[in-house]
Design a protein around this ligand. Sequence first.
Ligand code: FAD
Ligand code: DHB
Length: 395
Amino acid sequence: MTIPSHTTVAVVGGGPAGLLLARLLHRAGVDCVVLESRDRGYVEQRQRAGILEQGTVDALRDCGAAGRLDREGLVHDGVELRWGRRGHRIDFPSLTGGRRVWVYAQTEVVKDLIALQLADGAPLLFEAEVSAVTGADTGRPVVHYTHEGVARTLDCAYVVGCDGFHGVVRKAIPEGALRTCERVYPYSWFGILADAPPACDELVYAHSPRGFALHSMRSPSVSRLYLQVPNGTDPAAWSDERIWDELEERFAVDGPWRLNRGPITQRAVLPLRSHVTEPMRWGRIFLAGDAAHIVPPTGAKGLNLAAADVVVLARAFTDWAATGTTAALDAYSDTCLRRVWRAEHFSWFMTTTMHTAPDQNPFDTKLQLAQLDRIATSPHAAAELAENYAGLPVA
Ligand code: FAD
Ligand code: DHB
């Protein structure tokens, strides 16, 4: 492949945000190049999110990237909230006017988008690590990167930082131009993948005196499970038996319900954080996805927010390319931040309602249980949760 030295939109990062943006831009006839620091195998295997909202699925369908998702994705019409040894199901379609979610792993979304892009899309360079962006306050920004050991530059009209929370594009913006808000939580998630059939057909979010646990899945034969653990937990220090025993305790109900145990094939500990950078634009730089905002995973919003950002941004670039007007680009940050803050609130709410803080007292626990009881007994409270979980329409 010839390595391009100029393009219209330079996309930094080939995670879900960068790849979906590139697909949408390519379909709209807007030139772009994606620079991804890791190799293809690494990006395709990185275990992360698993739930796609209706709006994310619609976006993937609209750009021809949902063939396998429509064949293999598991449609879910509800989740179970479990506390006090009892479960309560939240039904999405009846509470949201027909919305639902799909269980389809981020790894699979990324594989599908990469395959399409390499087949007929915009240039996508792996092992292309961006070190700096210069000239973003002029008409012609330049992206500096190293590809296979060679230092290169990419001239462009706009740069989009889709390079995640630890990326470099946000750092190219002068500190005084951005505001950040952050909350770090006093617990982490211990996530495992196991070759074991899921114990039930839907996700279970469990509040228990021993802490939070989540039952999810990747396929009819693979379970994805999470345990709340203290920050700094070493995943290697837990035996498989200890993990299964702890999961059993936290999911315990009165009546028959058993987890299916099986070989644990992956394990990792993930700290929980909320973080928003505002505005999501400076000069000719735009930020999208985790580069601009992080949510704790309890609401399953991270990947979906990333997708919603780039849908808005792709429309704005398409409008600019067609008409030369920058109104939609100028509105990008405000448009996205409304949705981002809604998702930040929901993710914080789900996290603080379901987890047990290290300094939690009985009063705090009673408040959590009162809130869960409210969700179980009021269709309005249940609908509020369902609308947020299944996802609000993309602006
Ligand atoms: P990313 O997926 O982070 O992609 C950024 C890309 O940029 C990466 O491929 C990276 O290699 C590349 N990059 C970084 N720096 C450079 C550079 N200098 N030059 C070039 N490329 C660069 N969300 C949930 O909803 N549920 C979950 O269970 C869940 N689990 C998670 C587990 C982990 C460990 C993490 C980090 C996140 C998790 N999330 C989860 C959040 C969700 O996965 C993210 O919100 C989603 O990946 C955001 O996509 P993105 O494309 O914005 O960023
Ligand atoms: C999964 C991850 C989440 O953060 C969540 O809220 C639901 C499901 C998952 O990995 O399947």
